[in-house]
Design a protein around this ligand. Structure first.
Ligand code: SF4
Ligand code: SF4
Length: 434
């Protein structure tokens, strides 16, 4: 059954809404965030910095400047990585300012590009069955040779975008209908987010996460009526659809009666932890949203808090860790994934320079702003290379795709794993008959 209801969505552009002026005036223009901002570091231009963008939004809120295309470009060149929030001593929540401003101005690009984005955000992402059909078509496109043929015809820009498409696996992840029992003594009952692209692109990571949770005494459920978390919608000004998706998830997950909602995609986890903020003006959902958000845990954060049990085999490998922006800056989760990696015997963790600087993936940013995205990715791969690690660990699907592309295009030829992949492997090898 398709649960997102058409009549719950407003397909018109979001109406101009009042900005949160108090948040804007919290910025004291100290500039301490500037050198942490990836776009400012590359361009050295004030309007491409957090402080500059806050100035622009304030000027727009005061009616001093027009909401024109240039204004939009500055707002959308931002990766929404939230590194500025970590750096800010005044606690400015830049992400909320940028999301609200984007809601006012709508998505970027030409009329056609905006129509495509609108379709994806409001007609595709909220509907799991449509997503599955789209992933099936993409798989056919890749398997039948049509992709090879199209690459001969496509203009350079589209050919580059096509080369970034991940290979769609032959099998999609099917969440279990009933509860999956804990292995050994039950320590918690958790619900897992299936995600919008995770079951099609990273079904193996969802499977690994389930196995690791169960081995650690968790009973795992996948609430049937859950849908995409709505993060991409929130980040791109599609707040009407984002709120509808949040309400549906809140109802689905709260009904499951669990100790925690476990999420293995950093961007989704950050968005779900902010449902309380997203629905703060919704009288029917504000309290429920706050209660729901308090249950959300990143998979690494949850397992580190619970404490791993069971035997882990030695994995003789050297890895480096990429802090996904929405885990390090959005959720302030840094130590826990490292603690889990260090608990794997034989595994050596070598830190790269600026591990919490964005890799340029940022949702759909690598498609909408490929120039800046590739610049950041190339820099990231140089930092990876300096560590001489044989693999990168990045617990977020967007970062994994971007870093795999980076390893292919710029080198070094490293593997890219989710944290759950390595934990699962260490457990499986320990259990394998000798
Ligand atoms: S969110 Fe990231 S890219 Fe955007 S202003 Fe802040 S630091 Fe810069
Ligand atoms: S956002 Fe924070 S760090 Fe940046 S200029 Fe404003 S007060 Fe300073």
């Amino acid at each position: 059954m398709e649960h997102a209801q058409d009549n719950q969505l407003d397909h018109s552009l979001p109406k101009i809404a009042a900005l949160d002026l108090a948040e804007l005036y919290r910025c004291v223009h100290c500039g301490l965030c500037l050198n942490q901002c990836p776009t400012y570091r590359v361009l050295r231009l004030e309007p491409e910095s957090p402080r500059g963008r806050i100035h622009l939004v304030k000027a727009a809120a005061d009616g001093r400047i027009e909401l024109n295309e240039r204004f939009k470009e500055h707002l959308y060149l931002c990766l929404l990585c939230r590194a500025c929030e970590t750096a800010c001593p005044s606690g400015v929540q830049y992400g909320h300012i940028a999301e609200k401003a984007r809601e006012m101005i709508g998505p970027p690009g030409s009329k056609i590009a905006r129509a495509v984005l609108k379709f994806v955000f409001t007609r595709l992402l909220p509907y799991p069955r449509r997503l599955r059909t789209a992933a099936g078509f993409l798989r056919l496109y890749q398997r039948t040779g049509l992709q090879r043929f199209m690459r001969l015809l496509l203009p350079a820009k589209l050919r580059e975008m096509d080369s970034m498409l991940p290979v769609i696996p032959s099998r999609f992840f099917e969440p279990n209908v009933g509860a999956l029992p804990a292995i050994g003594a039950r320590r918690a009952r958790v619900a897992m987010l299936n995600g919008c692209v995770m079951p099609f692109l990273f079904g193996d990571v969802n499977e690994a996460t389930v196995r690791v949770l169960r081995r650690n005494g968790c009973e795992v459920v996948f609430p049937k009526d859950q849908i995409c978390c709505g993060a991409l919608n929130t980040h791109n000004g599609e707040s009407v659809a984002a709120k509808m998706m949040a309400r549906q998830n809140i109802d689905a997950f709260l009904e499951a009666g669990v100790d925690a909602v476990v999420v293995n995609a950093a961007g989704c986890g950050a968005a779900m932890k902010e449902y309380g903020h997203l629905l703060r003006d919704d009288a029917a959902y504000a309290d429920k949203a706050t209660r729901f958000s308090a249950l959300v845990r990143d998979a690494g954060e949850f397992l580190a808090g619970l404490g791993l049990v069971g035997k882990l085999a030695r994995l003789e490998m050297t890895v480096t860790y990429q802090d996904p922006c929405h885990l390090a800056h959005g959720q302030r989760v840094r130590a826990q994934p490292r603690k889990l990696l260090e608990s794997i015997p034989g595994l050596k963790l070598v830190e790269m320079e600026a591990s919490d600087r964005c890799c340029g993936s940022a949702g759909i940013y690598n498609i909408t702003h490929s120039g800046m995205s590739q610049h950041l990715l190339k820099e990231k791969m140089e930092s990876v290379s300096a560590t001489q690690a044989e693999a990168i660990v990045a617990p977020n699907p967007g970062c994994m795709l971007q870093l795999r592309y980076g390893a292919q295009r710029y080198g070094p030829a490293v593997s890219v794993y989710h944290l759950m992949d390595l934990l699962d492997r260490a457990y499986a090898e320990a259990e394998a008959p000798k």
